[in-house]
Design a protein around this ligand. Structure first.
Ligand code: SF4
Length: 347
């Protein structure tokens, strides 16, 4: 079928209401950027799930970064988005304003040069992300070991998707199908989601990030819902294989092991994180037990939004007390956040 026919079907769909969730921050951004919601019938709802790494980082993690940045002889190194995420009292940016040592970089590998240039200073990299970014941190550790840079640390908030998807399904999220994360699938393979599809009888569609790719995957997912097909279909075959990448898996297993970790607004999810193994604990900056999620602004509904139980427009602060330039919650900070992407698509 031509794309125009697929769009025509999705626009005029008049069957039972269907709720689909994307669990990838890049999909959240791409769906808003390409105006995909505007192509769909009112009977097809797209929800943004817990796929934005910055959005799911609990306040205790931000508080720990702030504490480290204020320690003598220690610098926190991070991507820009994390600077503005609210902790329990303030953001890393605010801590920087009162003397915290914080460096912004564009790649984790940039910390190698910083550590080499200042061997007596500790550099803590804020290692957030999912299965997609974990391999980059293993390369950083490879280099740190090879070059003897033992003044590098990671504060990890690395997470894996299956635990979070299980959590949603076990806790009353009404979801008829998942748009599986494209970047994660490129590392894990599409079969990664087979067990979840089988257990919860929910279909998964692996999708790319272009407008056409999203339309094809959403159309395919809607057809699967209509036909009661709860399998995993790969609509991103140019990038995603069925099976995992064994080299990357080996590399991740060399440094990291699964752990119970906290997700902002959702609590501790068993086995849903990656922490450094004992052999590499010398590179850890204190990542264990950062589970408290004590948001300052009680009106923020990020947790419910990440679970598909509320929409950004349901939050009383949306677009007023909370905007991308003045975020009151984590979902408004990054362009991968649900609140941010909806706000930008309307303004
Ligand atoms: Fe939280 Fe802001 Fe989103 Fe409301 S609009 S849920 S305060 S991030």
């Amino acid at each position: 079928m031509e794309i125009a026919e697929l769009v025509d079907f999705l626009r005029n769909y008049d069957g039972k209401p269907i709720r689909l969730m994307e669990v990838c921050g890049s999909h959240t951004h791409a769906i808003a950027k390409h105006g995909i919601r505007g192509l769909l019938s009112d009977k097809i709802e797209l929800l943004s799930g817990p796929g934005c790494p910055v959005c799911v980082t609990p306040t205790a993690y931000i508080d720990k970064l702030i504490e480290l940045s204020l320690q003598e002889n220690t610098t926190v190194v991070t991507f820009g988005d994390l600077l503005r995420v609210p902790g329990s009292e303030e953001s890393l940016n605010a801590a920087k304003g009162r003397g915290g040592s914080v460096e912004m970089v564009y790649s984790p590998m940039d910390v190698l040069q910083l550590a080499k240039d200042n061997p007596y200073r500790i550099y803590v990299f804020a290692a957030v992300g999912f299965e997609t970014t974990a391999p980059v941190y293993t390369l950083l550790l490879d280099q740190a070991v090879e070059q003897g840079l033992y003044n590098i640390r990671l504060l990890t908030a690395l997470k894996t998707m299956p635990g979070a998807i299980s959590y949603l399904c076990d806790n009353g999220a009404r979801i008829d199908g998942f748009i599986a994360p494209g970047h994660v699938s490129a590392v894990t393979g599409a079969d990664y989601f087979n067990d979840l599809a089988k257990k919860y009888q929910i279909p998964f569609a692996v999708s790319g990030f272009g407008a056409k790719e999203l339309v094809v995957a959403i159309y395919g997912l809607v057809q699967m819902v209509i036909n009661g097909d709860s399998s995993v279909k790969n609509f991103y075959t140019s990038v995603v294989e069925q099976d995992k990448n064994p080299v990357i898996e080996m590399q991740i297993n060399k440094y990291f092991e699964a752990a119970d970790v906290a997700w902002r607004g959702m609590g501790i999810i068993p086995g849903s994180g990656l922490l450094l193994k004992d052999d590499y604990k010398q590179f850890d900056a204190g990542s264990m037990g950062l589970d408290v999620d004590n948001k300052k602004n009680k009106a923020c509904r990020c947790g419910e939004i990440l679970m598909g139980k509320a929409k950004p427009s349901d939050c009383p602060l949306f677009g007023t007390a909370c905007t991308p330039s003045n975020p009151a919650g984590a979902c408004m900070v990054s362009e991968e956040g649900a609140c941010n992407s909806v706000y930008l698509s309307k303004n």
